[in-house]
Design a protein around this ligand. Structure first.
Ligand code: NAD
Ligand code: ZN
Length: 250
């Protein structure tokens, strides 16, 4: 990747008054959590179309919990990589307002990020679809599948296909996207709606869009201003270094 492009992106971040990041599964791949589209991975055994829908959960929650258990073991072991750490650092430098993540792995928070909108919920809590009771996932980790006091199998508070985005996350993301000056999009195929409307909203509001991905996506030829093709970790390391060098920091 041409250093000139990195420099342009760094300049945008420095000049922007309000910058957001939108992250997807790709940012956590280097932490050992596969994305949906990588071949040979977890998702070939557990097709998201079969396991990731709310109808699948309602039909056979115990079956879906086999997939949840395997992914949550992976997520628990995972550590933030330089891309998560780089975003947290941009926040500390005052150059990144909020991270909107589609991920449910809490790796932004583990990296020290402060303002994170979990657009697709999180796996830290579980809810009962029958009576509405809510539990801490940690308190239920020895139960398989975990059950509510009313005997129903609990569901993690992550957004399954067919479910609505948490209202507050939706509202806040829309508001921020329509008033930001720059948006950093990292590791998302932009194929999942309505998260993929965020870049469009930002662009219409006049924001510059910087995209980091291994390969071009639906956004690249439409909304993206600067495409940094490569791994999230190495691109973020270079971007943060460039920001610091332009600001005259060590
Ligand atoms: P996706 O799987 O559709 O797309 C991932 C994107 O990341 C692809 O465009 C791919 O080219 C890119 N990518 C892969 N490795 C990369 C790397 N090292 N550096 C930079 N880019 C890389 O993911 P999505 O758009 O987030 O949509 C899938 C949905 O499933 C989302 O809701 C997502 O959060 C969820 N999901 C979450 C996790 C997690 O929490 N870690 C894991 C899998 C899926
Ligand atoms: Zn219940």
């Amino acid at each position: 990747m041409d250093q000139k492009e990195i420099k342009k992106a760094a300049r945008i971040l420095i000049d922007s008054k309000l910058t957001l990041a939108l992250t997807g599964a790709g940012i956590s791949v280097e932490s050992g959590i596969p994305d949906f589209r990588s071949p040979g991975g977890l998702w070939e055994r557990y097709n998201p179309a079969e396991y990731g829908t709310i109808w699948a959960f309602r039909h056979d929650a115990a079956k879906v919990w086999k997939m949840i258990r395997e992914t949550s073991e992976l997520v628990e072991r995972a550590q933030p990589n330089p891309a998560h750490l780089g975003l947290a650092q941009l926040q500390r430098l005052g150059l990144l307002h909020t991270i909107i993540t589609q991920n449910i792995d809490s790796l932004h928070q583990k990296a020290g990020a402060t303002r994170v909108i979990e657009y697709h919920g999180s796996s830290r809590t579980l809810s009962c679809l029958a009576c509405g009771a809510r539990y801490n996932a940690e308190a239920k980790k020895d139960e398989f599948p975990p059950r509510c006091a009313c005997a129903e199998i609990l569901k993690p508070d992550v957004v399954f296909f067919g479910e609505a985005i948490p209202l507050e996350a939706l509202r806040e993301s829309q508001l921020l996207a329509s008033s930001c000056n720059a948006l950093l999009v990292i590791g998302t195929s932009a194929e999942v709606a309505p998260a993929n409307t965020i870049p469009r909203t930002a662009k219409l509001a006049g924001a510059r869009i910087i995209e980091i991905n291994l390969k071009p996506t639906l956004l690249t030829s439409s909304f993206t201003d600067i495409f940094l093709q490569g791994k999230a970790s190495s691109m973020m390391i270079r971007l943060v270094e460039e920001v610091q060098s332009l600001r005259g920091e060590p």
